[in-house]
Design a protein around this ligand. Sequence first.
Ligand code: NAD
Length: 493
Amino acid sequence: MATKRTPSFDSHNPATGEVAGTYPIMNAKQVSEIVAHARTASAQWQKLGFSARKKVLLSWSQVIINRIDQIAALISLETGKPVGDAKLEVSIAVGHIGWAARHAEEIMRTAYRAPGLLLSNMSATVQRSPLGVVGVIGPWNYPMFTPVGSITYALAAGNTVVFKPSEYTPGVGMWLEETFNEVAPFADVLTTITGLGETGGALCTSGVDKISFTGSTRTAKIVAAQCATTMTPVVLECGGKDPVIVAVDANLERAVDATIWSAMANAGQSCIGAERVYVDERVADKFVELAVQLATTIHAGAPGDGNYGPATMPSQIKVIQSHIKSAIKDGGTCAYGGPESVKPPFVQPVILLDVPEDSAAMREETFGPTIIINRVKSMREAIDLSNASSYGLGANVWSKRQGKKIAAELACGMVAINSTFSFAAVASVPFGGVKDSGYGRVHGPEGLLEYTYARTVVRTRFNVPLNLLSFKRKAKEEKLVITLTRWLKGRFG
Ligand code: NAD
């Protein structure tokens, strides 16, 4: 908690506006000191080895499970989401902790590579080493699931972590540090720092060995620029404008159920939430009818009342409102709700139809409980329109027979076929996007390897008469290499 001398900020209950907690705004000097401590601890954490680290991480997940009511209540307080949703988020996060803990050793095992014909007297290996200290910068929309997807994989790989949670959810960030320290063998393995954007900026230039950032594309560009000044590598998990493609042979009931949930759950504040639907015109009327029917059964309200909560970040309301208005101004129509659905801090469900592709509502991330449904003449058109976005995070495809074919043509990081969100909960697969949705991956082996570097070791197993890397090399040896090159056409490499 903040003292009188340190500048501080408040986090709020977004449903009521009441102060939920007060936290210090850490400055660059404090951040550097914390990173220095984390660096000292990293050698010890690395030395501990995979099985001891696995034990610590599994104990941590046990503590989290034991206190799921406590952490779900805190997530709900700081974000405004229903407690049930918060519990689901915690469960998925725990799944990631278990998976990373159990698989890190196998993923980082030294790989033996073929040295090639000409160097067959050598052994070639690739070792994986942890980076040292990883800085994690998190968003507020899934304040536990999202950062844990970076923190856990970085820790399992043998790094220590300094975590800067969003200023909207600092309490969840502190809770993660506190519970980890209950099972940690020593201090400074996972440290949470609190503050606003500047504290995050200080972490970027503090000398950490990598930054794992999750947040908006706008901030990601600033983070990447800051990291460039210190040559700090960075993983960027940013926003999206995820499309849903509905083919003529889709199970419409299921497609509508999942799409409305994907778009509206968590008040539409999901990076992989459905934002635009491209539905085959032959089934479009039925799809819209079912979507409107479903929307009438859900409403926003405070935890315990609504199917989803308020907008966690009050400033997002303006974006949601402007997208609804621009969709209508640009020629779209409202099938359910409209500008009047925005009643801060809540936004009731909104379904918009036939919005032109160049409307801001179709191009920019809305991050609210709204969905746009546009008709298409063919799946070709649906694919092309999906790919025309500047974003490329996730996508959903609904079709009984064409799902894999359509998925293969989508320019994005993740596709769910006849499902939504599922890839986020499967710990063994990577999560991330392309284009403005960022680069690098979290989760799965690819996500774990982000927090390691490859060290190549090539060793002479026995000496051979042909020694090309020597001033004593003879002309006839050079000739032999050229003959071999011609003969093998580069296959000896
Ligand atoms: P944001 O970009 O406003 O903030 C993210 C974090 O960056 C916060 O902790 C913030 O304090 C910090 N920050 C702000 N300025 C900074 C700076 N100059 N240097 C370093 N750090 C700085 O994002 P948000 O509003 O918290 O989160 C919502 C966004 O996150 C949405 O766009 C959503 O799509 C995206 N998101 C993406 C994923 C994913 O995995 N791709 C997951 C969840 C959320």
